[in-house]
Each structure stands twice: as structure tokens, then as C-alpha cells.
Ligand binder design. Structure first.
Ligand code: SF4
Ligand code: MSK
Length: 621
């Protein structure tokens, strides 16, 4: 595997952790070796109590579970349940944002306001809600109610699907995978994968894609769009990244998880004079709020708040010895955090009723008292400042500036008001195509190596890279999110970026903000009058680990975009199902998955794909 990380700050903290006898995810990964072969291949099932059953991967007995389920059925059912969990996570996040907007409009929340009225009115128009002559609260209430209905759905299909090109929508109809409602598809996964229901791996897969589409064009899109209404639509903004953003002389609060509802309030409250004064009284020179993972992305996109790191750095932030509070909400928070925190002075503060952590302090968060809760949490961090253990403090110097905030609206603005300059650059071959590199970290691959290697190789070959999630944080730390990184790009892309003053790698937000990438791809396809599957575009998740990533990959191929996975999904023990995902899907959806663990080879696959699509559009390669 090589080094555990390519990030120097992380290596320093891994070294410190080892000296201090602290176990991290990498150590626990080692202890798991060898990981279960049946699990890795996706051919074990415990969907009923006649099992658990497992299929012999070498073709010997048994080849069926007690009920008769084959390897293909079992692997497909397992993958569907991963999609359902991922889609549920994104969509429940989306529902919370919609609810917050509704309650804000009803005057029931504390600290929130409708920050982007223009976007609210545009969304209202999209949903057929009258907005002329009406106040923003009134419109927001109707819009949020309409959105809530899309989760349980009464009208038949999701509104945002209309943003997709007509050819794509027709294909979804023809294949029978138009998502009918966010919750409905997820529930149906659980029904179909129950023993004795859907045993046809092809039929299962189609429903898996439908469920994933209800995430990408539903739950995630609601999360993005309604967050923009509440917290503002991101515009290009600069900030700092990596563990060096932690400050020895300040109260450090790391907000970690996914939803902006609490983190945005913490950012707001941390600027209040009385809290700053309280910090000073304790001998601190200020309050330093930093992000981690996607909560970090949400606040860096809108406020330029420093981001301390991505998924595999959460424990390492604590190891610096200067994190006074690690405030968590939902998703991607390691249970081990409280164990690591116990060895330092860090308080882990959980806030969501959906996510409790033994060993953490729990401060229940509600939108009704959001600002007060944020203040209380900040005070806990301030009080904890004096408990630091001097001998355990070591902050790596690595700190890198980033430029983020590339919402669709911001990209269009940077292009001078329309997508035309981008289309012209693609047509002229200055930009060969667009790649979306997204997703997590995973100790199965050297931390950040997959993201950085793939990104660098693609921009060098004039492919514009758009990113979200932990991939974007990896590139922020490496300086690839700065306009100066245009020097690392090929001559065509480099020239375009220099002319516009933008980086060759655009940070578009958190994991749910992959919906922004879908909207951009759909707008480009619409402008060219083609389907999304005709675009010189690709997706990649070089270091993915979460179930959300399985949902994302599935809605990306469901939207017609070829996707390369850098860690191996648990399907290879099911031959026909694997063939369906990597080949058969191409005939049905116009896109399929590839699995390639070497990011240089993954870049080769993407460049080949982009060249072929350019040829299909009659463009020079
Ligand atoms: Fe075994 Fe079938 Fe039950 Fe799965 S559903 S555990 S394969 S009997
Ligand atoms: S935080 S889902 S580790 S990208 Fe969105 Fe990072 Fe993956 Fe979580």
C-alpha cells in the first residue's frame, strides 16, 4: 500500500499517535486483516434467520443459500441495501433542511433567515408556486410543504427530474426507473430485498438505480437547493486548509459531520463579542471554528471557514492536542473519536438525536433554539481551553490556501453570465471534457493519493475537474484549488483558467452538492441538445468507502455518466451481476462502472472515454 498518507501533516500526526500509543483507523484496519473473503466478494447473506448463508467463490458447493438465492441475487440485494442506506442518509439530511426552511418561514426557529430570496423565488417558479406580490416567508412555506410531499410523493414523480435532458427522462420512463418519491424507493428496496421477494438481479439493479436517482435528483438536490435559500448560495471565496489551521493560542472548535444547520449557527455565534470576551478571559486570543468532512465543506463554501481535514484526519485533529471541542452531527463520524479524545483533553459533543456516541457529551440541538445551543457549545469549548495538556500539544505547520464556493450560479457568473464560454472551450478542444472526482478516504488506499494522482493527471490532460466532499479537501490541502494551480494544467485548460482567474479544480461543495454537478451536466447537455451520456464527462470516486458513495455512483451512471471506482465494491463474487454493472448497464443506461484501483490507470480510462465521447459529438480529440 505504500505510505499511509501522502499528506505530510497527517504523517506527522500518525507518528505522534504511534508514539503516544493511540490507535487510529489505519491500525484498526491492519488488525482486521485478512478481511472476510465472502464479505469482500459480496456473497454472504443474512437477510433471514435460515442463514447466514455464503456462496463458495471457487465454484464448489454451496452455490445457493438455504432459500435458493444465488451469488448474483445475494450480491445484488446487498448492494441495493447499501444504495438504500446511502440514499436515506442524503435524503434525511435533505428533509431536515426542508423542515428548517419551513419552520423558519413560520417564525419558529432561532437564528436562521432566508438569505437567498432570488433562489427561493426561482425554485417557487420551478414548482409552480405563485410568488408575485407575496412575501418570502409565505412562498417559503408553500415551497417547503411542496418539497416535503416529494419525500412521500402523491403526484407521481420528482419535480427536479425536469432539469434533466428530455432524452434522459424518456430513457428513465422506457426502462421504468423514473423515481416516484424519495422515501418510497428506499422503502421498496427494503421490501424487494426481503427474503423471497425480488430474486432477479437485473430487476433488482434497475430498482437500485431508481432509488439512487431519487437521491441525486431528489433528496440531495433538496439539501443543496434549500441550504442555498437558507444559508446563501456559495460564491468564490478563499480560506485555509489542513491541520495547520488549528491555533495554539485560540479556542479550537472543529465541526464535523454533514449538515449545515448547526455548524452555520456556530460560525455565527463564534463572532459574538461576549463569547470572544469569555475566550479572552480564559487566556485565548480568539475562537477558531474549523470544519472537518462535509460539515466543513458546507461552511467553507459559504464563509471561507478553515477546513482542518478530510475523513481520515478526524482522529488526527484530536491528536494535535489543541482541539477543545469536536462537535458532531451525523454521518462519517468514527465511533473511535471518543476513545482518542479520552487520551487528550478534547470534548466530543454530539448534537443529533439520530447519532449518539458513548463517551461524548450530548447537547441536544433543535432549530427552535439553534443559536442558544451554538452559544452553549462554544462556552463548553472555551471552558475546556484551560484543560489542555501542554506536553501533548503539537500542531503540524501544513496549511494551504484554497478557493472554493463554485455553485452552478458562481460558475456561470465566473464565465460572464452563461455557460457559452465553457461550451466553446470544450468544442474548441481547449478543455477536453469534465471529470467529477468525489468521495471519501479509505485506509485501503494511501490517504489522498487516489484523489491527487487522478486529479493531477486529468488537469494535465486538459480535463476540467469538479469536486465535492473529501476529494475536494484533499485537493485543497495540495494547493490544487488555487488559480495558480493552472500552471499544473495542460495548455488549453491552463489558458482558460488563467483568463477567468479560476482554479482548474472547482470545489462545488459537500457530498449532497454532487447535485450541483448533475445540474451543471444537465445544463451543458441541454445547451448542446444531447443526452448526458453523450457528454465528454466522467465521474470517479478514487477512495470511496461510504454507502452514500454507492448511491452516488449509481445515480451518476443512472444519469448517463461513466464512473470509475477506486476501491473495489463487494460484488466480484457474483459474475453476472458484475458484468451487468460494468458492461450491461452501458446498453441500458448509456453508462457503466469501471473498477480501477490504480489512479493513473483510472485517468487513462477517463481520458479514453472522453476522447470517444468527443468523437461521438464530432469534436476533435
Ligand atoms: Fe440464506 Fe436466503 Fe436467508 Fe439469505 S435470504 S440468509 S440466502 S436463506
Ligand atoms: S464526508 S461520505 S467521507 S466524502 Fe461527505 Fe467524506 Fe465520504 Fe463522508
Amino acid at each position: 500500500m505504500g505510505e499511509k498518507s501522502v499528506d505530510q501533516a497527517s504523517l506527522k500526526m500518525l507518528n505522534k499517535a504511534a508514539q503516544e500509543g493511540i490507535e487510529t483507523a489505519w491500525d484498526r484496519y491492519e488488525k482486521q486483516q485478512p478481511q472476510c473473503g465472502f464479505g469482500l466478494l459480496g456473497i454472504c447473506c443474512r437477510n433471514c434467520n435460515m442463514g447466514p448463508c455464503r456462496i463458495d467463490p471457487f465454484g464448489d458447493e454451496p452455490q445457493e443459500g438455504v432459500c435458493g438465492a444465488t451469488a448474483d441475487t445475494i450480491a445484488a440485494r446487498n448492494l441495493l441495501r447499501m444504495i438504500a442506506a446511502g440514499a436515506a442518509a442524503h435524503s434525511d439530511h435533505g428533509r431536515d433542511i426542508v423542515t428548517t426552511l419551513y419552520e423558519t418561514a413560520a417564525g419558529e426557529t432561532q437564528g436562521y433567515q432566508i438569505k437567498d430570496e432570488g433562489k427561493l423565488r426561482a425554485l417557487a417558479a420551478e414548482f409552480g408556486i405563485p410568488e408575485e406580490g407575496r412575501g418570502k416567508e409565505e412562498i417559503a412555506r408553500d415551497l417547503a410543504r411542496e418539497a416535503m410531499e416529494e419525500f412521500g410523493m402523491v403526484k407521481g414523480k420528482l419535480q427536479f427530474l425536469n432539469r434533466a435532458p428530455e432524452k434522459r427522462r424518456q430513457l428513465w420512463e422506457k426502462v421504468g426507473i423514473t423515481p416516484r418519491g424519495v422515501d418510497r424507493e428506499i422503502v421498496e428496496v427494503m421490501h424487494r430485498t426481503h427474503i423471497g421477494v425480488d430474486n432477479d438481479y437485473v430487476n433488482l439493479t434497475l430498482h437500485g438505480v431508481r432509488t439512487a436517482l431519487s437521491d441525486g435528483w431528489g433528496g440531495s438536490m433538496f439539501a443543496t437547493e434549500f441550504s442555498d435559500v437558507l444559508f446563501g448560495t456559495p460564491q468564490p471565496i478563499k480560506g485555509q486548509s489542513n491541520l495547520g489551521v488549528l491555533k495554539e493560542d485560540q479556542v479550537n472548535i472543529v465541526v464535523h459531520g454533514h449538515e449545515p444547520v448547526l455548524s452555520d449557527m456556530i460560525v455565527q455565534a463564534a463572532r459574538e463579542d461576549d463569547l470572544l470576551a469569555a475566550a479572552q478571559e480564559k487566556g485565548a486570543n480568539g475562537i477558531n471554528v474549523c470544519g472537518m468532512c462535509c460539515t466543513g465543506n458546507e461552511i467553507l463554501m459559504r464563509h471561507g471557514v478553515p477546513v482542518a481535514g478530510n475523513f481520515l484526519q478526524q482522529e488526527l485533529a484530536v491528536v494535535t492536542g489543541v482541539v477543545d471541542a469536536m462537535v458532531v452531527d451525523v454521518q462519517c463520524i468514527m465511533p473511535a473519536l471518543t476513545q482518542v479524545a479520552r487520551c487528550y483533553h478534547t470534548k466530543v459533543i454530539s448534537t443529533s438525536p439520530k447519532a449518539r456516541f458513548p463517551g461524548a457529551d450530548h447537547v441536544p440541538f433543535s432549530e427552535q433554539t439553534a443559536l442558544d445551543t451554538a452559544r452553549k457549545i462554544i462556552m463548553m469549548a472555551i471552558d475546556n481551553f484551560s484543560h489542555r495538556k501542554e506536553e501533548l500539544i503539537q500542531i503540524p505547520d501544513e496549511e494551504m490556501e484554497y478557493m472554493a464556493g463554485f455553485s452552478v450560479e458562481a460558475i456561470i457568473k465566473a464565465l460572464g453570465g452563461s455557460l457559452d464560454p465553457l461550451l466553446d472551450a470544450i468544442k474548441a478542444g481547449q478543455i477536453k471534457g469534465i471529470a467529477a472526482i468525489v468521495g471519501c478516504n479509505n485506509p485501503k488506499i494511501s490517504h489522498d493519493y487516489g484523489h491527487l494522482t487522478l486529479t493531477r493527471e486529468l488537469i494535465k490532460n486538459d480535463v476540467l475537474v469538479v469536486q465535492t466532499g473529501c476529494a475536494a479537501i484533499a485537493c485543497a490541502k495540495a494547493g490544487l484549488l488555487l488559480p495558480e494551480a493552472a500552471d499544473e494544467a495542460g495548455p488549453g485548460l491552463g489558458a482558460v483558467c488563467k483568463a477567468l482567474g479560476i482554479p482548474p479544480v472547482l470545489h462545488m461543495g459537500s457530498c449532497v452538492d454532487i447535485s450541483r454537478i448533475l445540474v451543471t451536466a444537465a445544463a451543458i447537455a441541454n445547451a448542446l441538445g444531447v443526452d448526458m451520456s453523450d457528454l465528454p464527462a466522467a465521474g470517479a470516486a478514487p477512495e470511496w468507502m461510504s454507502e452514500k458513495a454507492v448511491s452516488i455512483g449509481s445515480y451518476v451512471i443512472g444519469s448517463g455518466i461513466f464512473t470509475v471506482l477506486g476501491t473495489v465494491p463487494p460484488v466480484l463474487g457474483a459474475k453476472k451481476f458484475t458484468e451487468l454493472l460494468t458492461q450491461g448497464a452501458q446498453d441500458v443506461l448509456g453508462a457503466a462502472f469501471a473498477v480501477e484501483t490504480d489512479p493513473m490507470k483510472a485517468a487513462g480510462l477517463i481520458l479514453e472515454h472522453i476522447a470517444a465521447k468527443r468523437k461521438g459529438l464530432g469534436l476533435e480529440s
